[in-house]
Design a protein around this ligand. Structure first.
Ligand code: AHM
Ligand code: MG
Length: 347
């Protein structure tokens, strides 16, 4: 495992502190918040790796607000992130995939200036077959006055206003990847030390894409533009040279995104006609698409819903869904061209 940067070992704590120097007025609250999230990652990782051994697998029998089955590890991850952040005085309000409404800071604690949105355990339906899953986080500055309870308005911000975002991937190793707008940096958890060490400084997504990732089974439900676009990814139609992409699809967003970020490629979850209740596809803007779009752009890639930049979308609701094309910049531009050309201006 690479654990050093030109021979020097950098812990995540040190790295986050160094990043703070880019912001002379920083109070340290964001630094500490990111460090708390790294701790959440370690705690969740310790549970995820024991998933096969402990009685943590299996459904709770409850459904989350999206009508999907909630698994025990989802609950554990959700509670861990909430409980490690509710009392620190750094947050005004939180929002999670697992909660219908915004999550207020308990009255007995002070509120702070940041807003935390998170998907505690994305891809959790894959856990019982040992597939990588991940936690995604997005951090905004609050809009409402400090010292008051946070509001829905604090949460409904476009991704371009993110101050930080990242994910923790629980895979063959546990990694935390984050950005505060100064590049994307990856850390690998050294289990012996219990520390995240800088292993992937300043990640840039490769110039030449290698993979496209989409759930091809939904083809019958795609619009003509999406169909033509995916055909383009397969054949490189109209390109002087073949694109030569291979298909890779895990069905676990963080894992699919992480692979394409490091190896080059495009992940998409287009809008489809499969479920009339989900016309915008499956993925959620605020705690899935926007934070990953922030990382993609910081790494030299892009993210679009097929019509506009993900980071420019002003959310209307906490659990808003959005079509997502993310990764290679040129392939994102192509997605917009195909959808505009074959689906028309507003279809
Ligand atoms: P989840 O938030 O309920 O875990 O669902 C999101 C997951 C993503 O990780 C993944 O990209 C997508 O669902 C896969 O969906 P599908 O099975 O429709 O391809
Ligand atoms: Mg999710």
């Amino acid at each position: 495992m690479p654990s050093s940067n030109s021979g020097q070992i950098t812990t995540i704590e040190r790295h986050i502190l160094d990043q703070q120097h880019h912001y002379p007025d920083a109070s340290g609250a964001l630094t500490n918040l990111l460090y708390d999230l790294a701790l959440c990652g370690k705690i969740i990782a310790s549970k995820v790796i024991q998933a096969g051994l402990m009685d943590v697998l299996g459904k709770t029998g409850l459904q989350n607000v999206q009508g999907e089955e909630v698994q025990k590890l989802d609950e554990f991850a959700d509670e861990t992130i909430f409980k490690l952040n509710d009392h620190t005085g750094r947050l005004a309000v939180m929002g999670s995939e697992e909660h219908d409404e915004i999550i207020p800071i308990p009255k007995k604690y002070k509120t702070g200036k940041y807003v935390l949105l998170y998907d505690p355990l994305d891809g959790s339906s894959n856990i019982d077959v040992n597939v990588s899953v991940g936690s995604i986080f997005a951090i905004f500055k609050r809009k409402s006055p400090e010292g008051t309870p946070g509001t829905l308005e604090d949460v409904l911000q476009p991704g371009r206003d993110l101050v930080a975002a990242g994910y923790i991937i629980y895979g063959s190793s546990t990694m935390l990847v984050y950005s505060t707008g100064q590049g994307v940096h990856g850390f690998t958890l050294n289990r012996m030390l219990g520390e995240f060490l800088l292993s992937h400084p300043n990640i840039r997504t490769p110039e030449k894409p290698k993979y496209y990732s989409v759930n091809q089974a939904y083809e019958p439900y795609w619009s003509p533009g999406v169909l033509r676009y995916v055909r383009y990814l397969q054949t490189g139609e109209g390109e002087p040279e073949k694109l030569g992409l291979s298909l890779r699809y895990i069905g676990s967003l963080v894992a699919d995104f992480h692979r394409n970020l490091l190896n080059g490629g495009l992940f998409c979850y287009p809008a489809d006609r499969k479920d009339p209740k989900k016309p915008g596809g499956k993925l959620r803007l605020l705690y899935e698409a926007a934070p990953l779009a922030f990382l993609a752009e910081q790494a030299g890639g892009a993210a679009t819903d097929g019509r506009q930049r993900i980071l420019d979308i002003a959310p209307a609701s906490l659990h808003q869904r959005v079509p997502l094309y993310i990764g290679d910049k040129k392939l994102c531009e192509k997605a917009e061209q195909y959808i505009q050309k074959y689906d028309g201006a507003g279809a």
